[in-house]
Design a binder for this molecule. Structure first.
Ligand SMILES: Nc1ncnc2c1ncn2[C@@H]1O[C@H](COP(=O)(O)OP(=O)(O)OP(=O)(O)O)[C@@H](O)[C@H]1O
Ligand SMILES: [Mg+2]
Length: 509
């Protein structure tokens, strides 16, 4: 990634250098043309003057005056030397720049361009067909060194100019870009800091004197303040959410507890009802036995005892003691099994239990409620199915599903029927709870397992029953529960779970 600052500087330097170089090349061309023209002009003028002025000294055989003419003509920079020879080819006069050596008539070679011209003198000026006499020759040596030096000096000057202008531009640019990039870098650092830290920890930017940046910084600070406010509100909302969640959990736990207590309540009612009958029979039998014993005792004390009375008493005593024994045993068995269900419901004990026996026990605990609603329960379950798991949770499932049928399914017009079926299928147990009630509407069926969904709000329904059942079957039993309720065919809950529940610590259902 290239920095914008370097790119800008390089761009401007290259542009300036190119423009200045183009102008320099153009100016160099102009200068070169001008110097060349001057050079040509000088050559022409010098040669013309010499061809006019030299014939006379040659004619007069005055090398001194020729020498004077040459001294004047050698003055321009471009003229390096001049040699005049007479008609015999002997050196008549010569002049040379920067050298003590005289040019000989051997046409000593001087570096540069030389022009050789013959020198004539008209012998008869009055005659139109005048004759010219050849007096000698003049050779002028011109040098281009001056032009080349001027041109190369111009190149150096231009190059120096470009270098100086580039340096000034570089400095000016670096300084002015710093004015732009320093606040930008601050802004960038502040943005990174904002993204890394919480907005509370990020510092606000100090305002600058530069109006454009001061607006940007003001905007940034305003955004940051707004972000702080939003974050603050979000944090408050999070806190409130956390609190609400904790409250909800507490409420759910207490509702679960009440649900358990409600189950236990129905169990207690069942116990009372079931035990009432055998205890009643025991009481009646005991009172019959007591009456018979009193009668026998009275007869004995009156001395009017007969064998038939004794036989009748023995028969009565046999029957009543039989009744007392069997009903007391029945009551003891009932108490024992209810005790087990109660213990199971209040603890999360894992143990082996027979499914059919357990369903029967739970259903008999629900007897008063069933009787009150005139509902019948049929259990189709092979006696040999043995489960290893949590019987207390199973009691909750059976109680909830049965009580739901009583609370929501049945109407007074029709006798309620509940059929609980179970079968073992390899490692799995399939159970079904079916009632012949009014069913669940399509609108509600997708929500019945949701916590707090109830159609009996305000009439004792909390909407937790089926959610508890769902959690027990899924989490504690490692199985699944589905519901079917085709119109006017009642409701069927289908449960599938392994006969051995997973060993994981069960969640609170
Ligand atoms: N057998 C059923 N027949 C018809 N509707 C049912 C049946 N079982 C459940 N429902 C419907 O599902 C809803 C949710 O049942 P759930 O057991 O979760 O709550 P609830 O019985 O209303 O209240 P709670 O069980 O907490 O006292 C019920 O309100 C009822 O509308
Ligand atoms: Mg319920």
């Amino acid at each position: 990634m290239y920095s914008i600052r370097i790119r800008l500087i390089v761009l401007f330097i290259v542009m300036t250098t190119s423009i200045l170089a183009a102008f320099g090349i153009y100016a160099q061309g102009l200068l070169s043309r001008e110097l060349e023209l001057r050079f040509e002009q000088l050559q022409k003028e010098t040669v013309t003057r010499l061809t006019i002025s030299l014939p006379r000294p040659l004619w007069d055989l005055s090398p001194a005056s020729a020498q004077r003419i040459l001294s004047a003509e050698i003055l321009p920079e471009e003229v390096r030397g001049i040699l005049v020879v007479d008609s015999d080819g002997e050196r008549f006069a010569s002049v040379q720049k920067n050298s003590n050596k005289q040019i000989t008539n051997q046409w000593t070679v001087i570096q540069g361009i030389h022009v050789t011209l013959p020198l004539y003198r008209d012998t008869d000026a009055s005659n139109s067909t005048s004759k010219s006499t050849r007096l000698g020759e003049v050779r002028v040596y011109f040098s281009r060194e001056y032009i080349d030096a001027a041109l190369s000096a111009n190149i150096w000057r231009r190059t120096l100019e470009i270098l100086v202008i580039d340096s000034i531009l570089l400095l000016a640019f670096t300084f002015s870009l710093r004015m732009v990039f320093t606040p930008l870098a601050q802004l960038r650092d502040a943005l990174f800091a904002l993204s890394r830290h919480d907005s509370d920890e990020a510092e606000e930017l100090a305002e600058t004197q530069l109006s454009e940046f001061s607006e940007v910084i003001q905007g940034f600070n305003q955004t940051q303040r707004k972000l702080k406010r939003i974050m603050g509100r979000r944090r408050q909302a999070e806190e409130a959410n956390k609190q609400a969640y904790t409250d909800l959990q507490a409420a759910q736990a207490s509702l679960l507890q009440s649900e358990k207590m409600a189950c236990l309540g129905s169990l207690v009612a069942g116990v009372a009802h079931e035990i009432n009958t055998p205890v009643g029979i025991v009481l009646t039998s005991a009172s019959v036995l007591s009456d018979a014993t009193s009668q026998l005792k009275n007869a004995m004390s009156d001395g009017a005892i007969r064998k038939s009375s004794v036989m009748l008493y023995i028969e009565t005593a046999e029957q009543t003691s039989q009744l007392i024994m069997s009903n007391a045993e029945r009551a003891a068995t009932l108490i024992q099994s209810f005790k087990q269900v109660a213990v199971d419901q209040t603890s999360e004990l894992r143990r082996e239990y027979k499914l059919k026996e357990y369903i029967d026990e739970v259903i008999s605990s629900l007897h008063p409620a069933l009787k009150q609603n005139d509902a019948q329960v049929t259990v189709n379950c092979p006696a040999e199915i043995v489960l290893e798991g949590y019987p207390g949770a199973m009691a909750q499932v059976i109680t909830n599903l049965t009580m739901n049928a009583l609370a929501h399914a049945f109407t007074p017009e029709k006798q309620g029927q509940i059929v609980i079926s179970a079968e073992q299928n390899g490692e799995l147990v399939n159970m079904s709870f079916k009632d012949n009630g009014k069913g669940i509407s399509q609108e509600h069926i997708s929500k019945i397992f949701d916590p707090f969904f109830t159609t009996k709000r305000g009439q004792g329904g909390t909407g937790l029953g089926l959610n508890i059942v769902f959690n027990i079957i899924n989490k504690q039993f490692g199985g699944s529960i589905t519901v079917q309720s085709p119109p006017s065919e009642g409701t069927r809950f289908i449960l599938q779970f392994p006969s051995v529940s997973p060993q994981t610590t069960p969640d609170q259902p």
